[in-house]
Write a protein that binds this ligand. Structure first.
Ligand SMILES: Nc1ncnc2c1ncn2[C@@H]1O[C@H](COP(=O)(O)OP(=O)(O)OP(=O)(O)O)[C@@H](O)[C@H]1O
Ligand SMILES: [Mg+2]
Length: 278
């Protein structure tokens, strides 16, 4: 893709930021979705570790598992098969969200496999795209940041996340960079802006699983910068086995190995996110 093809994305994404800051001041927590319809790009890993890093900086953080795979829930040491209620009940049965929040390293609103049926269960409901936004209303003042981990699709669960969000962080794996996928994601966001939430925009693109030694990864980074300019976070997340090990211990890499490079990188991302918010 050429940089001119990407230009409208940059304009659209930057424009609503002022609106977003204004609306947030009135409503409490800043809500950020981590989304990319491509699987395995570190959405969940980034939700866990950005959440923990924001908490370290003194922010009140809630993370929300909106993925039927429930990897976020498992990453904080909660077994999604034994939870009594999950985000499914919040979205479909309108159970108050505080009934599914577990206190862990950060607060987590848990997911379960039931979420696989949420899109169908909601499909005929009036206001089906706003179920999550409504659920947040009762708790938004209790948090500074709400991070939503989304499934690898642009279906109704992700649309609920975008409708409830101020910003979207898009993790991308440089090795298998899909600019077409990013354009599709932005098109979905544009539809959300037109119909459901005019303040939502891409907050930043996060290069993940970077192996700087490969020429291909360097070329992919250059292409990202050429296409999306300042939307690409300065922070890059390198490949690190620690990020795969930490969830087995039931938490973030900041808790598991506080001084490792991956922990430092997510701290730096948290600072960038806070700065972009100001
Ligand atoms: N920087 C990294 N270095 C090495 N491994 C990583 C890194 N980030 C994530 N991983 C690992 O890559 C795999 C995919 O990551 P993750 O589950 O966060 O992706 P995802 O986008 O949430 O996937 P899905 O689309 O299935 O929800 C996991 O096993 C995770 O531990
Ligand atoms: Mg995931």
């Amino acid at each position: 893709m050429t940089s001119s093809a990407a230009a409208p994305i940059r304009q659209l994404a930057v424009m609503p930021r002022r609106l977003r800051v204004a609306s947030r001041a009135a409503s409490g927590a800043r809500v950020i979705s981590l989304a990319n319809q491509k699987g395995g790009v570190a959405k969940t890993t980034s939700t866990v570790n950005l959440g923990a890093a924001l908490k370290e900086l003194g922010k009140r953080v809630l993370v929300v598992d909106l993925d039927p795979q429930s990897n976020l829930t498992m990453s904080f040491g909660v077994d999604p098969e034994t939870v009594e209620k999950s985000m499914y009940d919040v979205l479909v049965h309108r159970v108050p969200i505080d009934e599914v929040i577990h206190r862990r390293e950060v607060d987590i609103a848990v997911g379960s496999i039931d979420l696989a049926g949420a899109e169908l269960a909601l499909s005929s409901a009036i206001g089906r795209e706003r179920a999550l936004e409504k659920a947040f209303m009762s708790i938004k003042k209790e948090y500074d940041y709400i991070l939503i981990d989304t499934p690898p699709s642009l279906g109704l669960l992700t649309i609920n996340a975008f409708t409830a969000s101020d910003g979207v962080i898009v993790p991308v794996q440089c090795e298998y960079l899909s600019l077409r996928g990013l354009v599709q994601l932005e098109a979905t966001l544009e539809m959300i802006r037109e119909n459901l939430n005019r303040g939502v925009a891409i907050e930043g693109i996060l290069p993940t699983m970077l192996d700087k030694r490969t020429v291909h990864a360097r070329e992919a980074l250059d292409l990202l910068h050429a296409s999306f300019g300042d939307l690409v976070f300065t922070t890059r997340i390198r490949k690190s086995v620690k990020l795969a090990e930490a969830p087995v211990q039931g938490g973030s890499v900041l808790a598991y190995e506080p001084e490792c490079g991956a922990a430092m990188a997510y701290r730096s991302l948290a600072e960038e996110v806070i700065t972009r918010d100001e």
